[in-house]
Design a protein around this ligand. Structure first.
Ligand code: PLP
Ligand code: COI
Length: 341
């Protein structure tokens, strides 16, 4: 299979139309058999549930070319399970989890020419999503849905690649207690658009959201969870019912404890203690592990010791181990790597 003629190393995090996408429709209470298609267009009723009441959820994962030349993806079963959780909370039908994983494999295989080569710094981003498609005008769930998966080759989420980012503490809240912060609902991202545009206008890469109830605890950013490292080398990550349970973060905490032998803590993190951490980073499929160099808030700023050019030493070890596992350089814990072709 010949790869597409793309300058892989100059890709940013954007949409490039690839050859095939997967589509399955839900009607009369069941999903059809699903298929790959060339058609990248979605034609909907003007009154579709997704257009009126934002009934949509999505997932994000990546396919990698390993050092051995295989195409693999990372823990797709966890994305399938999280999409089921999102669907339940939004009163949408569940797309069966085994079918989700099979569909991911099918669509990646069909777009193998778009999977960036090993060592290029790029990966194939996979975006499964589902939306209410039939007309809905009273506030209620749709009864017809479409599940789709498209892929797009991507480079780093932040412009500087692995360079530390500068973030600001948002005046806006992302998720209410008992709301939808723990699922991957499109509506969580719609409400983050004004805050992120505001942050960018003010020269920041991302927003740190605090807990909406007390505004004293660290939650997450618009598209990634936080990890921190204490001065004595413990890896700490915020515990909250209103943040997305990141698959990258769960993997990092496992790597920290079981592979690197570090102490780990998943607990509430007060903003007041952030200044005492030695390192901070953002983690997620898109963000991978992006070091945080500086946090600016009303009345001050926190500059982490590694500065604005380098990752802190523990963050770097976590980054190298996680990406080493994803790219086949380091043996993966059982079940983490899903070989596609
Ligand atoms: N938090 C938010 C709000 C996200 O959008 C994402 C991205 O998926 C994450 C965290 C990281 O989750 P994951 O590691 O599963 O990609
Ligand atoms: C991901 O990391 O997959 C996400 O969905 C985050 C988004 C900001 C791109």
């Amino acid at each position: 299979m010949e790869k597409k003629d793309i300058d892989w190393s100059s890709l940013g995090f954007g949409y490039v139309k690839t050859d095939k996408r997967y589509v399955s429709d839900f009607k009369n209470g069941s999903w059809d058999e699903g298929k790959l298609t060339d058609d990248d267009k979605v034609v909907l009723s003007e009154c579709a549930g997704v257009l009126q009441y934002a009934q949509t959820c999505f997932e994000g994962l990546k396919a990698y070319t390993t050092e051995q030349g295989k195409i693999v993806c990372f823990r797709p079963d966890l994305n399938a399970a999280r999409m089921s959780d999102s669907a339940k909370r939004l009163e949408m039908p569940i797309f069966p989890e085994e079918r989700f994983v099979e569909a991911v494999k099918e669509v990646v295989k069909a777009n193998a020419a778009w999977v960036p080569p090993y060592g290029s710094g790029a990966t194939l981003y996979i975006r499964p999503y589902m939306f209410g498609s039939n007309p809905v005008i009273g506030v209620k769930p749709a009864n017809e849905y479409q599940f789709r998966i498209f892929t797009t080759p991507v480079g780093p989420y932040f412009k500087g690649g692995a360079k530390p980012v500068t973030i600001t503490v948002s005046d806006f809240d992302r998720a209410a207690p008992h709301g939808t912060g723990h699922i991957k609902a499109g509506l969580n991202y719609a409400m983050s658009l004004h805050p992120i545009v505001t942050a960018h206008k003010n020269g920041f890469d991302e927003n740190m959201y605090l807990d909406a109830a007390t505004r004293t605890k660290v939650e997450e950013t618009g598209g990634a969870n936080f990890i921190f490292v204490t001065k004595d080398g413990t890896v700490v990550t915020p515990k909250s019912d209103s943040i997305l349970p990141s698959i990258t973060r769960r993997s990092i905490m496992y790597v920290a404890e079981h592979i690197l032998g570090l102490k780990t803590e998943t607990r509430e993190v007060y903003f007041d203690e952030v200044k005492d951490f030695a390192e901070a980073g953002l983690c997620g499929t898109a963000a991978v592990i992006s070091p945080v160099g500086k946090i600016v808030y009303k009345g001050g700023e926190i500059a982490f010791p590694a500065g604005m050019n380098d990752m802190g030493p523990v963050t770097k070890k976590l980054y190298e181990t996680l990406t080493g596992i994803q790219m086949g350089r380091i043996e993966a814990p059982e079940g983490w790597i899903c070989e596609i072709c």
